[in-house]
Design a protein around this ligand. Structure first.
Ligand SMILES: NC(=O)c1ccc[n+]([C@@H]2O[C@H](COP(=O)([O-])OP(=O)(O)OC[C@H]3O[C@@H](n4cnc5c(N)ncnc54)[C@H](OP(=O)(O)O)[C@@H]3O)[C@@H](O)[C@H]2O)c1
Length: 284
């Protein structure tokens, strides 16, 4: 496999470096800004291309590691070149391979590849990349080739249906970004109670990390504790009384899910009163 990388950002540079270290052939890198392409090429130990056509010519696999909004225009550019039998992938979690419009006419084999990982630094993320699971979706031959590539390197791979891509990405966002929104709310409430910001983070650190670690290890049903799970309606009523409208709605929405988990954990308990409390602004 001769892999050409288009987009010298966090994902392109990380994958280039990681795959090169694993002995794969990286033909080169092309980017919007020549200087960025040069820096990444130097880091990876590959060639920097000034002309996209030349990189396409020497590669049989193209990684489009550009922002989601640029994938379609880069695809339009490369369809002017000979793509017959080349594998073309993008790395967006939310977009499917549908973005490769009329790919059949080009002879290219196309798919989307999503590494489940936050690439925060383009020069160091490759160090942790061995732990990453990837999801694939798209045309059969391209998916098979990518499955082979990543599984041979020891990665776990899951294949998705095209129509599930948006739901899949919503799940990823909930588990990573939305968790931060909940944390932000907790930090703000602690600051209302007199904590300094760093003190609030420090106070929550062990609680949050151990809770998440426990949930990931034993499953959320097993890990769940707290007033909803204990069916402690008086405490939940007090919480709802002191929250402003926006925070109360967030609390109520999440508590609704907690009741569902609690019913699985404690099938003998009756959560009807709790459901009324949660559903009615703290009033039974
Ligand atoms: N970051 C993550 O944690 C993460 C995780 C999973 C998947 N992804 C996906 O991976 C893809 C890349 O994300 P990223 O975080 O690596 O983005 P990024 O760091 O912003 O890098 C994108 C790179 O693409 C280059 N570029 C933009 N438009 C271009 C064009 N028309 N032609 C050639 N190069 C172009 C940029 O150019 P210059 O720098 O040269 O100006 C930049 O180097 C996205 O689809 C994203 O959804 C990201």
């Amino acid at each position: 496999m001769k892999i050409g990388i288009i987009g010298a950002g966090k994902v392109g540079t990380t994958l280039g470096q990681y795959l090169k270290l694993k002995g794969m052939e990286i033909t080169g890198i092309y980017s919007n800004t020549l200087e960025n392409a040069r820096d990444s090429a130097e880091f990876i130990g590959t060639k920097c291309y000034e002309k996209l056509e030349e990189l396409v010519k020497v590669s049989n696999t193209l990684f489009l590691t550009v922002p989601d909004g640029a994938i379609e225009s880069v695809w339009d550019c490369i369809t002017e070149f000979d793509l017959n039998r080349k594998i073309v992938c993008h790395f967006s979690g939310s977009l499917s391979s549908d973005v490769f419009k009329s790919y059949e006419r080009t002879g290219a084999k196309v798919c989307s590849v999503h590494p489940i990982y936050a690439f925060s630094n383009k020069y160091s993320a490759y160090e942790q990349f061995h732990k990453v699971r990837l999801t694939l979706e798209g045309e059969e031959e391209a998916v098979l080739a990518m499955k082979g590539l990543w599984e041979d390197l020891g990665h776990k791979v899951t294949t998705l249906k095209k129509e599930d891509k948006a739901k899949y990405h919503a799940a990823m966002s909930l588990a990573s970004n939305h968790v931060l929104a909940v944390l932000d709310t907790a930090i703000r409430l602690l600051k209302d109670c007199g904590f300094q910001e760093d003190g609030a983070y420090e106070a929550l650190n062990t609680l949050v990390c151990e809770n998440v670690a426990n949930g990931m290890k034993c499953g959320v049903v097993q890990a769940l504790t707290g007033p909803v799970e204990r069916n402690d309606t008086d405490t939940v009523k007090k919480h709802l009384e002191v929250l402003n409208r926006q925070d109360r709605e967030l609390y109520q929405n999440l508590a609704g899910r907690l009741i569902e988990i609690s019913k699985i954990k404690n099938p003998e308990r009756n959560y009807e009163t709790m459901e009324k409390v949660i559903g009615g602004n703290g009033q039974e």
